[in-house]
Design a protein around this ligand. Sequence first.
Ligand code: ADP
Ligand code: MG
Length: 253
Amino acid sequence: MSQLDIIDLHVSIGEKPIVKGLTLTIHSGEVHAIMGPNGTGKSTLSKAIAGHPDYGITSGDVLINGASILSQEADERARAGIFLAFQYPSEIPGVSIANFLRAAQQARMAEGEELDASAYYKRLYSKMDLLKIDRKFTSRSVNDGFSGGEKKRCEILQMAMLEPKFALMDETDSGLDIDALRIVADGVNTMRGPNLGVLLITHYQRLLDYIVPDHVHVMYDGRIVKSGDKSLALELEAKGYDWIKKELAASAA
Ligand code: ADP
Ligand code: MG
């Protein structure tokens, strides 16, 4: 059982404040969805938590099981259990998925420790079976010429192999077609369980038809301005975001 605490987090890009005091706690076993209009800081939030160097945390804290991760580099945060699924995954021609995942596993091990190849492949294939991924898939170069759906499959397989404590999944604006959407949803639903917490960032309610969240938060202008259960996502789908802005304006007046 793990806990991710985001406490009054402020993030700037250059001099510009983007995330302006965001607080959220995620326990393992829970799926939280963050929705919100474009430009509101959703991607900035996930990159800052993962440790992207361009996203400066100016105040607040991020804790895993009570310990701050802010002094850690991105790779240390990954080892501490954070996984960031990319909105636009990079292509790595010439590096097979099998070798890429193997290197990722090796990188997480202590110095001098060697990954056992046969144990690695056994684990890889069991994860692929679990996710119903064809064995041939892993001999292809990472994301090289992949369709949107194949990129998502590659990403989900990485997540399954790395077994993060917390997965941050930024699917905003990625124009997922229905095939890719199902791959993400099936993958997350397969891995969903007491050892994984998920922060699902999505612009569209549609994804939440397949991955039913425990909690839904609306992010606006760098903060969470409303939280609720899955019905909040349906309300947003029906009414858009304007009513939230009006509510905020009314409460500020
Ligand atoms: P969202 O994911 O909610 O659409 P983002 O976090 O991508 O929002 O962006 C929030 C704000 O930060 C926007 O105004 C955007 O223009 C700005 N921004 C995002 N990334 C960068 C960057 N790398 N450099 C400068 N500004 C950025
Ligand atoms: Mg975004």
